[in-house]
Design a binder for this molecule. Structure first.
Ligand SMILES: C[S@@+](CC[C@H](N)C(=O)[O-])C[C@H]1O[C@@H](n2cnc3c(N)ncnc32)[C@H](O)[C@@H]1O
Length: 332
């Protein structure tokens, strides 16, 4: 049976327009003020004012580079007067990897600019959605969180966590190494107990997670944000099966709902040769409806379409934008 807090109207807390979070870091100066390069693909614009950079070639690459794309969009959202959230570290990640997406398409191409705008809006809504999901889970008593494919997500540093909250971040070792290097340079302090576990999520990550201190007897809030599309069907299904096996009743999960083919922004991007650098990384994810897949395995699922989120967060999307997210509670 569903509990009301997971329903569209039931989230605790909310992303707050225009608030800043910069008390948690040193000011970024020129980096925060300059226009960030959107969508993680458009690196032809200048990138002045960098504070700290890893040596050339040492930033995340391949699928890991997509974490920088997400950080770029969060940096841009954080610089808006009407921002829906503030990620005070996102711009520092971008500045630290000046080579990222160096061969990206021309950002002034109108088709690229329009798609970039759609990606940016989707990212703002997505960040708020997962933020609110986690706030709500904690308000309901959850103290163990696993961010699967955490990338350069800084929720451990920027959200208010209750006493006793423990967060595990899973991603490729090179991504988490880069992240920790930049955060250390910023003197960032996690606001909960944070454990980073570097691993390929197609491998035996449950074993590594357990060795790192994860307790399968405790109910958990899981996120798999921006991940499934980068996995094949078999790898995505295996990952969700493992999450299910590690989830005692009352555990929760938030994940993208749409198959790649059902997300209009992704399918549009896939059709544009200029975006091959990113779209060739997409492996399709689950080839069946994720809500159905989870229900068949004992999860009580709620669906949250993007249009509803856009209305909730007052950030308009185009009429043709499809896709959305799932929240689920483990029943048995
Ligand atoms: C688009 S990013 C999203 C990151 C983060 N959740 C966010 O929203 O900012 C996709 C992430 O999935 C990670 N990823 C993709 N395939 C992976 C794999 N096989 N093992 C570990 N991480 C993987 C990448 O390294 C990257 O950080």
């Amino acid at each position: 049976m569903s509990t009301s807090w997971l329903k569209n109207s039931g989230f605790e807390g909310s992303c707050r327009r225009g608030e800043t979070n910069h008390k948690y870091t040193r000011p970024l100066g020129g980096v925060a003020r300059r226009r960030m390069i959107p969508a993680g693909m458009l690196a032809k614009r200048e990138r002045g004012g960098r504070l700290f950079a890893v040596p050339s070639g040492e930033g995340p690459s391949g699928v890991g580079e997509t974490a920088l794309g997400a950080a770029m969009m969060r940096a841009e959202e954080s610089a808006r007067a009407d921002r829906l959230f503030d990620d005070p570290f996102a711009a520092a990640f971008v500045a630290a990897a000046p080579d990222a997406f160096a061969d990206g398409p021309d950002p002034d191409d109108p088709a690229i600019a329009a798609l970039t705008d759609a990606f940016r809006t989707n990212m703002a809504l997505r960040t708020c959605f997962y933020d609110d999901y986690l706030r709500t889970a904690c308000a309901q008593g959850c103290r163990q969180v696993v961010l699967v494919a955490a990338g350069l997500d800084t929720r451990a540093f920027r959200l208010d966590w209750p006493d006793g909250a423990r967060i595990f971040e899973l991603d490729l070792p090179e991504v988490l190494k880069f992240k920790d290097t930049v955060l250390a340079d910023r003197d960032a302090r996690a606001r909960c107990t944070r454990t980073a576990v570097g691993i390929d999520l197609r491998e035996d990550w449950p074993n590594e997670l357990t060795k790192a201190g994860f307790d399968a007897n405790v109910s958990t809030a899981w996120t798999a944000e921006g991940l499934l599309a980068y996995l094949s069907h078999d790898d995505a299904a295996r990952l969700l099966t493992r999450i299910t096996e590690l989830s005692r009743p009352d555990s929760q999960l938030a994940v993208e709902a749409a198959r790649l083919a059902d997300d209009s922004t992704l399918t549009h991007a896939q059709a544009m040769p200029d975006l091959d650098q990113v779209s060739t990384l997409w492996k399709g994810g689950l080839n069946q409806d994720a809500a159905e897949w989870l229900r068949d395995r004992g999860w009580d699922v709620d669906e949250h379409d993007r249009a509803t989120l856009a209305a909730r967060y007052d950030r308009p999307i185009s009429d043709t934008s499809t896709g959305g997210y799932l929240t689920a509670i483990r029943e048995r």
